[in-house]
Design a protein around this ligand. Structure first.
Ligand SMILES: Cc1cc2nc3c(=O)[nH]c(=O)nc-3n(C[C@H](O)[C@H](O)[C@H](O)COP(=O)(O)OP(=O)(O)OC[C@H]3O[C@@H](n4cnc5c(N)ncnc54)[C@H](O)[C@@H]3O)c2cc1C
Length: 364
């Protein structure tokens, strides 16, 4: 095993949390080494639109070299305090480490789950797009943000494709306000989507899902939850399997290793764990990057306060849903606002993570 001293701070993962951590580090005049097996930043919040055909394929990802000059294409397999072990056998020692390796689609014990197409990475979205283009029927399992946005995009772009959305809960978007879930159903039913609530998936077959004893044929997509990539890293974890971090985002029990984004168990002021979201990942990544710089400078990291400002979903066809603070944009005449907000958030992400250059490279 070779040990390499990274002359700076190592950021593991180049997703939302990772590129914002890198931006904070570079702004402070330090080098940010981004370790990622793909070498690219996936615009995960755009992937339902890419897969469904309402956004162009260039919206799926950008090279990580757009975000930092120092990119290491490799996977982390373990992390110790300030030391990252890579799958090629190298060990990187650094002034500080920020772990942001995200999450993977969950795999509950449903027979045949491996047959369902996942949607998490740009590669998943591009592969799914090709299959959706030629499918006559698509069955999406999971009526959360991912499933609802994908169903909306496919039904808007592929009007002759039968789209079924299967949700075990009695409403769509269970993490959001009841009226938002009702309006999601209104928009999708208006597009002819077969929305099935309170429906349990019994098994998945090649080209079909068996739901409450009935077999529904189609391209099967799994959109019913994600698990953090925290297992087997040797870090302490919370009850939900995310890395346990303290109020400064340090991995509990370490002095120079931070964690941020979906992989970390971020909590609100009441101690409740936030749902996985890009907006929390962006805030946490930037704050972890700032604190990593402080530790690298021999200073004490600052406490971090994160907040969940709401949800903005794009259902394609210039329709969407949003909850921003106390406001809910989901009445019929307000449906057009959320896609504009979603676009604004994407622009802000590019501006905050890359500056104006990011916008010039990726005109929308
Ligand atoms: C289809 C879809 C739509 C969504 N829409 C929204 C939305 O509208 N609004 C919202 O707030 N949230 C949304 N989310 C959730 C949001 O995308 C995630 O919460 C967000 O991507 C989390 O950011 P992250 O940086 O923690 O992880 P990611 O963005 O997933 O980045 C993780 C990175 O780590 C890399 N990596 C993985 N393993 C390793 C390893 N071993 N070593 C090194 N690097 C590794 C990956 O390649 C990846 O680049 C959506 C999610 C999906 C799937």
């Amino acid at each position: 095993m070779s040990r390499t001293a990274a002359d700076g701070i190592v950021v593991v993962g180049g997703g939302y949390a990772g590129v914002h951590a890198a931006r904070s580090i570079i702004r402070a005049g330090r080098r940010a080494f981004i370790v990622d097996p793909t070498g690219q930043h996936d615009y995960v919040t755009r992937l339902a639109a890419v897969a469904g055909g309402t956004a162009p394929t260039v919206d799926a990802s950008s090279p990580l070299t757009d975000f930092s000059d120092d990119v290491i294409v490799a996977s982390m397999v373990a992390v110790d305090d300030g030391v990252v072990t890579l799958d090629d056998g190298r060990e990187l020692t650094a002034d500080a480490v920020v772990v942001t390796a995200g999450a993977v689609p969950s795999t509950p014990p449903i027979p045949g789950i491996e047959l369902a197409a996942p949607l998490r990475t740009a590669d998943d979205a591009l592969a799914l797009r090709e299959r959706v283009d030629i499918a006559t029927s698509v069955v999406i399992i999971g009526g959360g943000a991912t499933g609802v946005q994908l169903a909306g995009a496919i039904a808007s772009r592929h009007r002759h494709t039968r789209v079924s959305l299967i949700e075990a809960d009695t409403s769509l978007l269970a993490a959001m306000r009841p009226e938002t879930g009702r309006d999601a159903a209104r928009i999708l039913l208006g597009r002819g989507v077969d929305v099935r609530l309170g429906s349990g998936v019994e098994r998945i077959e090649d080209g079909a899902v068996v739901v409450d004893g009935e077999s529904i044929d189609g391209l099967v997509v799994w959109a019913a939850g994600f698990s953090p990539r925290a297992a087997k890293l040797g870090c302490p974890t919370t009850a939900t399997g995310r890395i346990d971090v303290d109020e400064t985002l340090l991995v509990r029990g370490t002095e120079r290793t931070f964690a941020a984004g979906d992989i970390a168990g971020h909590v609100d002021a009441d101690g409740s764990e936030f749902a996985m979201s890009a907006q929390v990942a962006v805030q946490a990544g930037a704050a972890a990057g700032d604190n990593a710089v402080r530790v690298a400078n021999g200073e004490t990291p600052d406490p971090v306060t994160l907040d969940h400002r709401g949800w903005v979903l794009d259902l394609g066809g210039c329709r969407g849903l949003a909850e921003v603070g106390p406001l809910t944009f989901s009445a019929p005449f307000l449906d057009v606002v959320p896609p504009l907000l979603h676009w604004g958030i994407d622009v802000k992400h590019l501006l905050d993570s890359r500056g104006f250059e990011g916008l010039l490279d990726r005109p929308r």
